[in-house]
Design a protein around this ligand. Structure first.
Ligand code: NAP
Length: 245
């Protein structure tokens, strides 16, 4: 039975990926900063382990407790919406520490065990923001676009070792905790003249014509993990798929 470890499983896409793989019979290690076993069905195939992807000691301890893993999903991420001019630099550093450096650190930490076994899969969750340019998301888009480039290059050097690296690019998911998981107030990052510019964008986001569900992302990760064709990109959700088309 294969084992998958997913980061950022306290809500949204990560929690659904964990439930999906568990329902399909996998061993699942659902990680999150503050462990909540009650978020998942009782099962001896599902373990919850504390993991903060910005903390090297936390990464080392979580991987030691986890034991051998076949698949790593780098899902943990934080958003930042607003005008770059008014986005606080400490917040921008947090976004890169989690979305970019957290993904790189987790990947680096699992390579030795996968190299020793000659097999393994790493799935990096980025965003449809890497497929087209969206306004008022410059810092966030940069943090995810860096992982697109990172993944493409890394896939070459790990392929001869039997390790596969894939990208899943979810679209806008209004039902996850993503928009709430921030202490930034919109009025602080969108003062005039940005406020007037942002008003129709915010109105459109409130009623998206196409969007992504948690199930869309879980299915795309499943597809990425089981793909045998060498396909590197897996857009997830109707809006992300429409962008690629
Ligand atoms: N929802 C969207 O519109 C959307 C669109 C495209 C891509 N994405 C990407 O999809 C992924 C999942 O987002 P989501 O929409 O499911 O949002 P979410 O519900 O807010 O989930 C994000 C998860 O990341 C965790 N996290 C944050 N910082 C962490 C850290 N330092 N270490 C470990 N875990 C951390 C959060 O856990 P805590 O409980 O500890 O905060 C939470 O479990 C993210 O990478 C996001 O960038 C989201």
């Amino acid at each position: 039975m294969k084992t998958i470890l997913i980061t950022g499983c306290s809500s949204g896409y990560g929690r659904e990926i964990a439930c999906h793989f568990h329902a399909k019979g996998w061993n699942v290690i659902a990680t999150m900063r503050s462990p909540r076993r009650d978020l998942f069905p009782a099962s001896d195939r599902l373990r919850v382990i504390a993991l903060d992807v910005t903390d090297a000691e936390s990464i080392a301890l979580a991987l030691e407790l986890a034991g051998p893993i076949d698949v790593l999903v780098n899902n943990a991420g934080v958003g930042l919406f607003g005008a770059l001019e008014h986005s606080p630099m400490p917040k921008i550093r947090d976004v890169y520490a989690t979305n970019t450096l957290g993904t790189i650190a987790m990947t680096q930490a699992v390579i030795p065990q996968m190299r020793a076994r000659g097999s393994g899969t790493i799935v990096n969750i980025t965003s449809s923001a890497t497929l087209a340019s969206f306004p008022l998301a410059a810092a966030y888009t940069g943090s995810k676009t860096a992982i697109q480039g990172f993944t493409g290059s890394l896939a070459h050097e790990l392929a001869p070792l039997g390790i596969v690296v894939k990208l899943v690019e979810p679209g806008y998911g209004p039902t996850t905790a993503f928009a709430q998981n921030t202490d930034i107030r919109l009025e602080d990052v969108l003062p005039e003249p940005y406020g007037s510019y942002a008003a129709p964008i915010l109105a459109a986001m409130a009623e998206p014509a196409l969007f992504t569900t948690e199930a869309d992302v879980a299915k795309a990760v499943w597809q990425a993990v089981h793909d045998q064709t060498g396909r590197p990109h897996f857009p997830a959700g109707a809006d992300a798929i429409a962008l690629v088309a």
